[in-house]
Design a protein around this ligand. Structure first.
Ligand SMILES: Cc1ncc(C[n+]2csc(CCOP(=O)(O)OP(=O)(O)O)c2C)c(N)n1
Length: 349
């Protein structure tokens, strides 16, 4: 009689254990202020988008609430020459790379398939299929290496995505080919209603080890630490040491998406304990303590955030329904007979 797997040790995701990599280096004050600004803007946009979905203006929204330090802190460590392969919740990464966040709204309204210019910001489009961005990211990194390009690839994925077979394939390829790629895992505690510990019996920071991809854990609610860990990993990658992995221990404070009700599966005390570790006031306190930002700075950031929220709302209400034929426009770089046939079929309806 086969025995069932033992239940997971705890349904509650592990908070940072205290053995995360401490920030050996700190971002410069100007970088730290830019990180804070992008975190606040991302949150304002995210809250506006959540409200728009609740009012029926978006089909769905995946909030980034609580994950701003992991996303923005890491993204600010990238150089212009680096490339990002995101999942679907990396609004803070997009903001940090200069993508206009309002361009996310048609995607989540169902009016386009994600319309920003990937080349302009070196940020590829969102990937809604869990883990599916990792193999293309590794392939892209291999291409960069073959071209002798200076950049590296950072691929963002969640704790749940690490359970996908594709992610294991990506780790094998990355290690075997010494691809210049960083796997940035945001362990936000839950893959919808499945806690991390059900899927990962050892720390995700160690997930790459068996593949030959070294990893570190970092406090994902500490923007300085996320910046430092990413800068260090990219330094090693660009020095030819091959792929690396970072596990950022953070928490998804909101629902998985606006279709989800986390109160059905996670304890309110757990949310409250992470709410108390909100990364935005934490960085603000750091800036104030170190005398790196004054009241004028914080007031300017707050007013820019309010303006972005208002613009986002206006922009969303102005989205026109697309012409159906446009969904065939960007499938292939060149004309493809099957796509042409499907386009003609739609036109004839
Ligand atoms: C291949 C695939 N399987 C299942 C789903 C349904 N699904 C959407 S998000 C999700 C959980 C992903 O969790 P995680 O990777 O931890 O990312 P998070 O949403 O927490 O940021 C699942 C199972 C999907 N989109 N794609």
């Amino acid at each position: 009689m086969p025995t069932a797997l033992a239940p997971s040790p705890s349904p509650v995701p592990a908070p940072p254990a205290g053995d995360e990599t401490p920030p050996a280096i700190r971002p410069e004050p100007a970088v730290r202020r830019a990180i804070y600004r992008d975190m606040v803007l991302t949150r304002a946009f995210d809250q506006a988008a959540t409200a728009l979905q609740r009012q029926g203006e978006l089909a769905l929204w995946a909030p980034s609430l609580g994950q701003e330090a992991a996303q923005v802190g890491s993204a600010h460590a990238l150089g212009e020459e680096d490339w990002v392969f995101p999942s679907y919740r990396e609004h803070g990464v997009l903001q940090s790379r200069g993508v206009d966040l309002k361009q996310l709204l048609p995607l989540f309204r169902g009016a386009d398939n994600g319309g920003w210019d990937s080349e302009a910001h070196r940020v590829h489009l969102y990937t809604l299929v869990v883990g599916a961005q990792t193999l293309p990211a590794v392939g892209y990194a291999m291409g960069l290496a073959l071209d002798g390009a200076a950049g590296a690839v950072v691929v963002y994925l969640g704790d749940g995505a690490t359970s996908q077979g594709e992610v294991s394939e990506a780790l094998v390829w990355a290690a075997s080919c010494a691809a210049p790629v960083l796997f940035f895992v945001q362990n936000n505690g839950w893959a919808i209603s499945t806690p991390t510990r059900t899927q990962a019996r050892v720390a995700l920071a160690r997930r790459g080890e068996g593949f030959g991809v070294p990893g570190v854990a970092v406090d994902g609610n500490d923007a300085d630490a996320c910046w430092a860990a990413t800068a260090a990993a990219l330094g090693r990658i660009k020095a030819g040491q091959g792929p690396q992995l970072i596990e950022a221990l953070t928490y998804r404070l909101g629902p998985h998406t606006t279709s989800d009700d986390p109160s059905r599966y996670r304890p309110a005390e757990e949310e409250a304990s992470w709410m108390a570790r909100d990364p935005i006031p934490r960085l603000r306190a750091g800036l104030e303590e170190d005398g790196q930002a004054d009241a004028d700075f914080f007031a300017e950031v707050d007013s820019a955030a309010a303006a972005l929220a208002a613009e986002s709302r206006r922009s969303c209400l102005g989205i026109e329904p697309p012409d159906l034929s446009t969904c065939f426009d960007w499938v292939y770089g060149t004309e493809h007979s099957l796509v042409a046939e499907e386009r003609a079929g739609v036109a004839g309806r």
